[in-house]
Design a protein around this ligand. Structure first.
Ligand SMILES: [Zn+2]
Ligand SMILES: [Zn+2]
Length: 189
């Protein structure tokens, strides 16, 4: 059974699930969300986070099925210019109560590596779950476009917008790069 939330303007990634925790096992609730706040991703931020989540009460926790989209604000690993790119993720997340809603005492349910805690006031924070999922699906070396030419290694100009007369640094033989790498590794040992 799905009970749809009737709040007119859900603007937060925080959800109070005390009603769901008091209901019968197997009950679920679906919410739309749109976060006002930016999520800090370390090397960038995510804004315009929106999507929907279905929370289902199980024997010992709440299972959330989450679809989230947003915009990433990152720095190109080649040309070092800021750029934005859309992101979309779908994932399931377990949320474990820290307080038993019936007794008000610690729930004693261990929080596993894969689960996130429900706060003592019975609130689920989707922000942290979405932040982790964005980080997992982001490129380690994000580029502003697949054809980004990066910075000139000699003079440092952005080769996407300027040209320079520096001699090409591209090695004629790709094995030269490998040889240099090996030499550097040997030297640093
Ligand atoms: Zn770039
Ligand atoms: Zn140059």
């Amino acid at each position: 059974m799905i009970a749809h939330d009737t709040r007119p303007e859900p603007v937060s990634l925080l959800f109070n699930v005390s009603q769901l925790l008091k209901s019968e096992i197997g009950q679920s609730r679906s919410y739309e969300f749109a976060g006002k706040e930016a999520l800090d991703l370390g090397d960038g931020t995510a804004t315009d986070i929106h999507g929907h989540s279905k929370f289902t009460l199980t024997n010992f926790d709440i299972l959330a099925s989450i679809s989230a989209a947003g915009r990433l604000h990152l720095t190109c690993a080649r040309c070092l210019e800021p750029f934005t790119t859309p992101i979309e993720v779908q994932f399931d997340e377990e949320f474990v109560p820290s307080i038993d809603i019936q007794t008000g005492l610690p729930s004693g349910v261990p929080v596993s590596d894969v689960a996130l805690p429900i706060s003592p006031d019975h609130t689920i924070d989707l922000g942290e779950a979405i932040r982790q999922q964005f980080l997992l699906s982001m490129d380690l070396m994000p580029v502003c476009s697949p054809g980004c030419m990066g910075l000139c290694p000699t003079c440092g100009i952005n080769r996407n917008t300027e040209t320079c007369l520096c001699p090409s640094q591209e090695p004629a033989n790709p094995f030269e790069v490998l040889k240099t790498l090996i030499q550097n590794t040997e030297q640093s040992q």
